[in-house]
Design a protein around this ligand. Structure first.
Ligand code: SF4
Length: 200
């Protein structure tokens, strides 16, 4: 199969999922925003990070966010360490809506592949996204465990902190275990040889 045909399949999968979004209670842009704020880590739950994630303008991103806030799906609060910026989080209505997310169709389709195929697909898509990010102006998002700034200190002799403590070497802050798998606006992919050694 040619590279063009594979790229067309990728686009088609994205388009089909996008089209599913038109049937629900929210527009595709609003679903995208809801999904993003459910998956973003505490440093990335801002309108500007969402605009970067969606590769769109701040104005377009703000429109989707405002509609979600007006509908009671999202709520904004001051960011803990910086009173000037805001952090957006899902309300219980937002979390309930997410359970009906049209994107789940794609999650189930990927889940129907066997483990080897899923791992191969994940690696291949990581590679494609990295190439796109270096050739374009848009930032690539990713999770701590694939990030070059992810530091994990072994401290088994400190019972209060557990067997290991994770830290962001870029921001100089600890990373909570529940945040390790969340998307980050500051993400930098680590070297290929480390990525190869990583398991899902
Ligand atoms: S380690 Fe990387 S992905 Fe995690 S918070 Fe720091 S910059 Fe973001």
């Amino acid at each position: 199969m040619s590279a063009r045909e594979t790229a067309e399949l990728l686009l088609q999968a994205g388009r089909l999922v996008q089209a599913e979004g038109y049937d629900g209670e929210l527009s595709p842009a609003q679903w995208m925003a809801l999904r993003f704020f459910a998956r973003a880590n505490p440093f990335s739950r801002t309108p500007s990070a969402f605009a970067e994630f969606q590769a769109t303008t701040r104005g377009t991103a703000t429109q989707a966010i405002k509609a979600l806030e007006a509908g009671g799906y999202l709520v904004r609060q001051p960011f803990k360490t910086d009173g000037r910026s805001v952090s957006l989080r899902l309300t219980s209505k937002g979390k309930k809506a997410l359970a009906r997310d049209p994107f789940e169709v794609l999650v189930r389709a990927v889940d129907s592949l066997d483990a080897t195929e899923r791992t191969a697909m994940r690696r291949a898509l990581h590679q494609v996204l990295s190439t796109l990010a270096t050739s374009g102006a848009h930032r690539r998002f990713g999770v701590c465990q694939d990030c070059t700034y992810f530091g994990r200190e072994m401290c088994g002799n400190l019972p209060s902190t557990g067997p290991s403590a994770a830290e962001c070497l870029l921001l100089g802050v600890p990373i909570q275990p529940e945040d390790v798998g969340l998307l980050c606006v500051h993400f930098q992919p680590m070297n290929e040889h480390r990525k190869d050694g990583h398991h899902e």
